[in-house]
Design a protein around this ligand. Structure first.
Ligand code: ATP
Length: 449
């Protein structure tokens, strides 16, 4: 993980927020390549939800919702974690369930746990609500309290009726949303894996109750395919079913998509059968009917909900971890991010071999033609070896080098990030060739190891 953190900082993917003030606990900012990678992850999710099918519509709900939303959803009452505090030297606070899992093998195991920092005794657990509270309007009084949403899902449920009216959809259909969520996590950590401000990609899929188990299975398969289709190695990914004692109050079945992160198997995404819990709760708290009326059959019912809920930041981290490799090429160390080309922040870099003899001018022409087709970069600073290394580290799949030969016969070198193969091609063929390669299926070269 340290190497991923270092690479993220070195190449401007992700860095600590407010660094000049010493940072703010487990809060991160995304730099240029981080933004591009993140955008690509989100675009691939939207593509899977919207473009590749026609039974899901998009939504973008507000971060601030009516406070009753969180009463109805159960977050005000039940969105808590058990907090213990060290009574020894360090006085640090910890998640009791995490310590039980780490020290006794199971988060529900009985027995003594100690402070992992200083070995001190721990206090009795106290329930701690994870929602960030703030005030609306100029007066900080009770009654003006609002919450930063801890998940995007509730914004979908409270809009069920609106969407049903305007989308002309009927179950089975889904509503998808990407947006920021906030949780006052007790023990954030592992870089962007667990932070207090993060982004979620959530989709609520409404189905006739009898069809819920089948749709649950379909979405588990679908979501596993999404990760592997974008290059995650299948042996680093697994689906883990929650035990009965792990299930949330609203869920009758949940499975987590887990990735083998450097700190061990950890949740990337949860896929839950939420039943009719949310719509029923909001109907009873708001007095609105939240149900589906089938005019053809005369049936009236509250749909069940299947929810794949993923984190953008965790997905970005998993893609980076899975792609990261250090290898030796001709006696020299090469660090490379073997990202799926569709996720790579930059698809192609155009590089003049040297920045003289008319090469920069010719390279800029090639660059203009390439960037009309796909996201590209032009770079003329430093030795060619250094520039290749930089592109390898940000995961650029193809580099195009303009050299003396280009000025003579119009050909350039096309270098492949993964195979390091260099092919000579006519410069004018490059844009189409890259567009063709981008459409090809891709498989992680790390799989062959
Ligand atoms: P965890 O058990 O790790 O706290 P969760 O089960 O509470 O996660 P969900 O409520 O199911 O998480 O949220 C769906 C997804 O949102 C998670 O799978 C994860 O990818 C992302 N997510 C949740 N909490 C955080 C966080 N604090 N930081 C980053 N991503 C998060």
């Amino acid at each position: 993980m340290d190497e991923i953190v270092a690479l993220s900082k070195r190449r401007g993917f992700i860095f600590q927020t407010s660094e000049i003030y010493g940072g703010l606990g487990s809060t991160y900012d995304y730099g240029h390549y981080g933004v591009l990678l993140r955008n690509n992850v989100k675009a691939e999710w939207w593509r899977a939800m919207l473009r590749d099918r026609d039974d899901i519509v998009a939504l973008d709900s507000a971060i601030l919702q009516h406070p009753r939303t969180w009463e109805a959803s159960g977050h005000l009452e039940g969105f808590t974690d058990p907090l213990v505090q060290c009574l020894g030297k360090c006085k640090k606070r910890w998640r009791e369930d995490h310590l039980r899992a780490e020290q006794l093998g199971d988060e529900k195991a009985e027995g003594e746990i100690r402070c992992p920092e200083c070995g001190g005794e721990l206090s009795e657990p106290r329930q701690f609500n994870l929602m960030f509270k703030t005030h609306m309007g100029p007066v900080e009084e009770s009654g003006s309290e609002v919450y930063l949403r801890p998940e995007t899902a509730q914004g979908i449920f409270v809009n069920f009726k609106n969407v049903l009216q305007f989308s002309r959809k009927r179950p089975p259909f889904g509503i998808a949303q990407i947006g920021k969520s906030f949780r006052n996590e007790i023990t954030p950590g592992n870089f962007v894996f667990r932070t207090r401000e993060f982004e979620q990609m959530e989709m609520e899929f409404f189905v006739p109750p009898a069809d819920a188990p089948e749709w649950h299975q379909r979405w588990m398969d679908e979501r596993m395919r999404w990760y592997t289709g974008l290059g995650i190695r299948p042996d680093q990914l697994r689906l883990r079913e929650h035990g009965a004692d792990e299930l949330s109050h609203y869920s009758s079945a949940t499975s987590d998509v887990e990735y083998l992160f450097p700190m061990g198997w950890s949740e990337l995404e949860g896929i839950a059968n939420r039943g009719d819990f949310d719509l029923t709760q909001h109907a009873s708290f708001s007095g609105e009917k939240l149900e589906y009326f089938d005019q053809a059959s005369g049936d009236r019912y509250v749909p069940y909900v299947i929810e794949p809920a993923a984190g953008v930041d965790r997905a970005v981290l998993a893609f980076m971890v899975d792609a990261y490799e250090v290898e030796e090429v001709e006696g020299r160390k090469r660090t490379v991010l073997r990202l799926h080309p569709r996720l790579a922040p930059v698809k192609a870099a155009v590089l003049p071999l040297v920045s003289k003899e008319g090469m920069p001018e010719r390279a800029r022409e090639v660059f203009e033609a390439v960037r009309a087709k796909l996201p590209a970069e032009y770079d003329e600073g430093g030795s060619i070896g250094k520039r290749y290394r930089r592109q390898d580290e940000i995961g650029t799949p193809w580099c195009i080098t303009v050299d003396g030969g280009t000025l003579e016969d119009g050909t350039v070198t096309l270098r492949d990030r993964d195979s390091l193969e260099q092919t000579r091609l006519a410069a004018q063929e490059i844009p189409d060739e890259l567009a063709r390669r981008l459409q090809q299926p891709w498989r992680s070269p790390k799989l062959a190891e």
